[in-house]
Design a protein around this ligand. Structure first.
Ligand SMILES: [Zn+2]
Length: 151
């Protein structure tokens, strides 16, 4: 997934924050999709100057179970909208209907817009944020701190 999306320019390791209301909505939507043939929800992570993540849901272009596909045109549209706002597209997110919030091989190959992916585990009711990096021809993911805050 390589579009001309500006890369978040600040340090990722400090971590990010997600409002409790955003987390609850994510879980509700992901659970609902899971109940329909184990579908996934997906979208982009928009982050503001306070490092608070806003989840922007996009249509899952894949109709298959356990899969998600985000159209580049949908991401590009949000990027354009954010250009003069002080907000950034941090990466992408999707849900796992029955598996843990760790990225699978396919996620590492096709997800991780600009190296960042948030994954929500529906069964475990847990969201984790990941940063991918490549070393010696191998792509790995390391967890980035994600705090759930009031609001
Ligand atoms: Zn996945």
């Amino acid at each position: 997934m390589k579009a001309k999306i500006r890369k978040y320019p600040y340090d990722l390791k400090i971590g990010f924050r997600l409002r409790k209301s955003s987390f609850i909505e994510l879980h509700k939507r992901a659970y609902k999709a899971q109940q329909v043939d184990h579908l996934e929800v997906c979208g982009v992570l928009v982050v503001d100057e306070e490092r608070v993540i806003d989840l922007r849901y996009l249509e899952n272009a894949s109709r298959n179970s356990y899969e998600y596909e985000i159209r580049l045109a949908d991401i590009a549209e949000i990027e354009l909208e954010l250009r003069s706002s002080g907000e950034w597209i941090l990466g992408t997110f999707h849900s796992h209907p029955v598996s843990s919030a760790e990225p699978g091989v396919g996620d590492l190959e096709r997800g991780f817009l600009n190296g960042v992916e948030l994954i929500h585990d529906v069964c475990g009711r847990a969201a984790k944020l990941w940063n991918s990096s490549e070393a010696h021809g191998e792509v790995r993911a390391a967890e980035i701190p994600l705090a759930i805050i009031e609001g």
